[in-house]
Design a protein around this ligand. Sequence first.
Ligand code: NAD
Ligand code: WQD
Length: 338
Amino acid sequence: MKILVTGGAGYIASHTNVELLNAGYEVVVLDNLCNSSEESIRRVEKLTGKKITFYKIDMIDKEAMDAMFKKEKPDAVIHFAGLKAVGESCEYPLMYFNNNLIGTLNLLSVMDKYAVRKLVFSSSATVYGFQTKMPINEEASLSATNPYGRTKLMIEDMLRDIYKADNSWDIAILRYFNPIGAHISGEIGEDPKGIPNNLVPYIAKVAIGELEKVHVFGNDYNTPDGTGVRDYIHVVDLALGHIKAIEKLNENPGLVTYNLGTGQGYSVLELIKSYEKACGKTIPYVIDARRPGDCDMVYSDPSKAKAELGWEATRGVEQMCEDSWRWQSKNPNGYRGC
Ligand code: NAD
Ligand code: WQD
């Protein structure tokens, strides 16, 4: 079975490509490399001993996508491509709407034209907006709190409408919680450009000595130690969830939606402690003001994915930090210079 992976050079996709190739799928990658490097594809090929067909295409270029579909005729698509920085999306909403929405519209139109109607979509826990009741299950209300989140919600809505109009589509919407960690080999991992926005990549840069200290955004939340609590999930567990989702699509389920999380919350300070253990160094930190838009606790109810996909996360926070550190210490400059 041939899978087209959009955004296939990126962080979550590169880990998914390893699992797809190991499971015997053929992988075609489409990426414009705006937030990634072709080196990740070479590393995945090295890790698996298998080849990836790579197209450097921007999803905004519908004609290029059309030509690629005509040539490759994929059986299904895993759609990771998109811009994902919340703060940047507040500054440049049009850029986010153009890239994520128009890009996805182009993809869906081309899929429809070539009758490729099996899709796994990278959604996010961000579509739950602010919730007071934890854990969050798939029935919770949906809302957007920033332009990035709005693109995820709008794409989900588009997919629900498309399915309503034509139930020959099979669509798995996967709502990720907080993906962290790296492949156990230390060969692939998260390679953020510039100063990281997310907690664990930031901690990793402090551990390697590139940044001075972690800024903890608030210690007056309604949580056990006052710092924000999130549902961190190992990127390899997340990748394996995509294999299960592809298997599910082959059973023609229609449109299905799953949370991919562990169901457990960890605080910022717990993460720092765990990372210290993993890297054997002290991670300096200061308590700063809350980051606007953050909430105290977010964690998933992942039981639907367990019941219907036979998937559950098995890697704990210690392994997430150990694997993150292995990647960071083996590749202090990420993929740059390769
Ligand atoms: P990433 O930036 O590493 O990967 C996204 C990839 O898409 C990059 O390789 C980028 O170059 C590519 N891309 C972006 N716009 C494109 C375009 N117009 N045409 C072609 N390629 C394009 O991000 P990631 O963390 O691997 O995230 C993958 C997906 O998962 C994204 O859709 C993201 O919104 C979603 N997601 C991520 C997280 C997270 O915390 N990392 C959480 C929830 C959901
Ligand atoms: C985690 C915790 C911060 C950085 C974001 C997106 C979400 C999803 C995943 C894509 C929070 C605290 C952070 C720092 C800190 N992405 N923190 N110092 O905000 O839960 O989710 O990524 O869909 O949509 O919003 O992740 O890693 O930024 O923050 O104290 O330097 O760490 O306040 O409690 P978040 P995060």
